[in-house]
Write a protein that binds this ligand. Sequence first.
Ligand SMILES: [Zn+2]
Length: 219
Amino acid sequence: MLLIYCLHGDELASEEIAKQLNKEFGIKILIGNPKARKRKIRFIESDLNRSFKKSGTYESNRAEELRQFLLKSNEDLIIDLHITTAKMIPVGIMTDPKQLNFAARLGLSDVVLMNKRFSKGGSLIENIPNSISLEIYPDKNSIKQAKRFILNGLTPEQKTDNFNIYEVVNIVKKEDAERNAENMRKLKNGYYPIFYGEKAYKKVAYLETRKSTVTIGRC
Ligand SMILES: [Zn+2]
């Protein structure tokens, strides 16, 4: 298992968590975007998490470097740790329902199924096998939970059976957003908003999701 931090260079809390887990538990860690991290900015030329299989920027080169390294490394699980400014509980991010197995291994019961329209094929989890992203709002409790999820990843067993799946169906612009929306609280149209309050999303207020619950048995 390997933990990637700072795929976005301004998510400094992910570095803190990664370095601590490395020091205390020997978790293998890897920095995503070292140049952007140095400057404490999200990216230099293009969002690294949209730059896989692309070309022409510092980040697209870095994405290719990471891809080749990670493919060679043969890790059975790669956790891509992100920090969000949206106040919400920690969630796993997947682009393929098969990645739910990794959420089960981490003990993560809240998972967002990202829409390809949004990630456009350039995200890490779409290009690296055995990977899942973990998004956390960096308050004390969520950091504690995130560390537990990551440590759970050290053993392959399934840690949780029941999942809330939030499948992204719409990207809602600020002018179209429902007033007083709250992450994961049902909207009038029946959907559930997530990432409300994410500052990196500029024109987007939140992602609208269809919520479902899934149980997977242990064998
Ligand atoms: Zn991020």
